[in-house]
Design a protein around this ligand. Structure first.
Ligand SMILES: Nc1ncnc2c1ncn2[C@@H]1O[C@H](COP(=O)(O)OP(=O)(O)OP(=O)(O)O)[C@@H](O)[C@H]1O
Length: 228
């Protein structure tokens, strides 16, 4: 087990965004964190990465309570854009190298080409799909045990979604663990091992996708339609 969320709770002004969420994250798997807008996915991820302080509960990472060391082992991609307009893609690589210990600039440069971008492209001129690809490959070029991608497929066309799904699958190995939050289940269904369903701040169901299919004949998308 690489990480654990123990009864994690976050309240904003008395209203609970995440309610006693307990999840065990096993190493070497791809997880889908599935739920509609406002179900608490982002808040939960931010608590797991140390960006948001839990109101209650605990995060265990690599066998110990979350601490500063975990910061370099968890690569989180937020939904907010975080590059400066004046940069080009090559500068994003340099910026990440300065900022993140273990950022693999060579891998980043390879991935830039693989997804059809180039280092000369200016941030302010990127389409939404190009920006989405850049955010994902920059995050995956960090050396980490756990990658958390918050809504990597939102607001982009099918081709860009396929490219992102492909790059997630081909750049991570069985040593890495990936958690992808989304409500676009069909797009990620083929690559996820586990599905975690969140609604109104709580985990309402969790399963191994293949086992569930064998046992009940239901796909991750069937379950989503049933629950949400
Ligand atoms: N900083 C904040 N202050 C107050 N309320 C917040 C804050 N962040 C999140 N919330 C509330 O917590 C709830 C869960 O939000 P969260 O963003 O975690 O859900 P989500 O599943 O990631 O949804 P989305 O896909 O829309 O981002 C929402 O009702 C939201 O309004």
């Amino acid at each position: 087990m690489i990480a654990e969320s123990r009864r994690l709770t976050k309240a904003y002004m008395g209203k609970k965004a995440v309610k006693e969420v307990s999840i065990k994250i096993c190493g070497g798997s791809i997880y889908g964190l599935l739920g509609p807008n406002g179900s608490g996915k982002t808040t939960w991820m931010k608590m797991m990465t140390g960006f948001v302080k839990p109101t209650q509960g605990e995060v265990i990472f690599d066998g110990a309570p979350w601490n500063y060391r975990a910061k370099n082992q968890v690569a989180y991609m937020s939904t907010e854009p975080f590059y400066y307009d004046f940069m080009n893609i090559g500068m994003v690589g340099k910026y990440y190298s300065d900022f993140f210990e273990g950022f693999d600039e060579k891998k980043f440069q390879e991935l830039v080409r693989k997804v059809g971008l180039s280092e000369e492209m200016k941030i302010r001129e990127l389409s939404t799909g190009m920006m989405a690809k850049l955010k994902v490959i920059a995050t995956l070029s960090r050396k980490a045990l756990l990658y958390m991608l918050d809504e990597p497929l939102n607001g982009i066309d099918l081709k860009a979604r396929d490219e992102i799904v492909d790059v997630i699958l081909t750049t991570t190995s069985e040593k890495n663990t990936v958690i992808i939050s989304t409500h676009l289940i069909e797009e990620i269904e083929s690559i996820i091992d586990h599905a975690i369903y969140m609604k109104d701040g709580s985990v309402i169901y969790e399963c191994d996708v293949e086992e569930e299919r064998m046992r009940s004949g239901r796909s991750a998308a069937d379950l989503y339609r049933e629950f949400m």
